[in-house]
Design a binder for this molecule. Structure first.
Ligand SMILES: [Zn+2]
Length: 221
């Protein structure tokens, strides 16, 4: 696991290199700007899935390293929420302004994550303290804002409705809420639970929104 943590700067460096390369290609007219914005969507989603996969699947050797990935996962979600809006903002200044908003939400999320979160017991997690309440409120408002922004951009058509309904179900399955729900007959201890249902729901909604973004791309060609 240590090598995973130490490889983060090189992964970030490569992504930055890719981003600069893409930007140059777009500015030089080699790549349509809409494709660049679609790539930003896929990049943000992939980064979020990567952080989530490492957090859940790798055997973390210490609580400190688990905490690093927990932070990466929670911050990555802010960019995953921002991602679909990327294709709807034509104006470069508006795009950058909204990306700055996503960075501000991610920054405040990072600040509001308690360093003892990884050590918290299940009963502690059931109670939303001030920091977690504030983080949940900020993330919820930003999620709703991004959802509406995409809806306006796509004229609230079918793929947006499907995605928005599934995301809304996923929202109520998110850990701050689902910790209070009783287990269902399809949940098996140590194998799956509400958290897995949450990830599955979000993956389905992501699929609908990526199809929606691809539809926007095709319509523009
Ligand atoms: Zn998770």
């Amino acid at each position: 696991m240590n090598h995973l943590v130490s490889s983060v700067p090189s992964v970030v460096g490569r992504l930055l290199f890719l981003f600069i390369g893409y930007s140059c290609a777009a500015l030089g007219g080699l790549l349509p700007k809409l494709w660049l914005r679609f790539s930003a969507l896929l990049g943000a989603k992939l980064l979020s899935y990567f952080c989530s996969a490492v957090l859940h699947l790798y055997p973390h050797p210490s609580v400190e390293i688990f905490n690093v990935w927990l932070r990466m996962d929670l911050v990555g979600i802010c960019f995953a929420v921002w991602a679909p809006t990327s294709v709807f903002l034509d104006d470069a200044r508006l795009w950058l302004l909204h990306f700055a908003c996503a960075c501000a939400v991610a920054g405040s999320t990072h600040r509001l994550i308690d360093s003892k979160l990884a050590n918290a017991s299940e009963s502690d997690l059931k109670r939303l303290d001030r920091k977690r309440t504030l983080r949940t409120v900020i993330n919820t408002l930003y999620f709703l804002w991004c959802l509406v922004l995409c809806g306006i951009g796509y004229d609230f058509q079918h793929l947006w409705i499907i995605g928005a309904v599934i995301y809304s179900i996923g929202f109520f399955l998110a850990p701050p809420f689902s910790r209070r729900y009783p287990d269902m007959p399809w949940h098996f201890k140590g194998l799956n639970g509400w958290h897995e249902d949450f990830h599955l729901t979000v993956a389905l909604a992501d699929l609908a929104f990526i199809m929606m973004a691809y539809d926007v791309l095709q319509a523009a060609e």
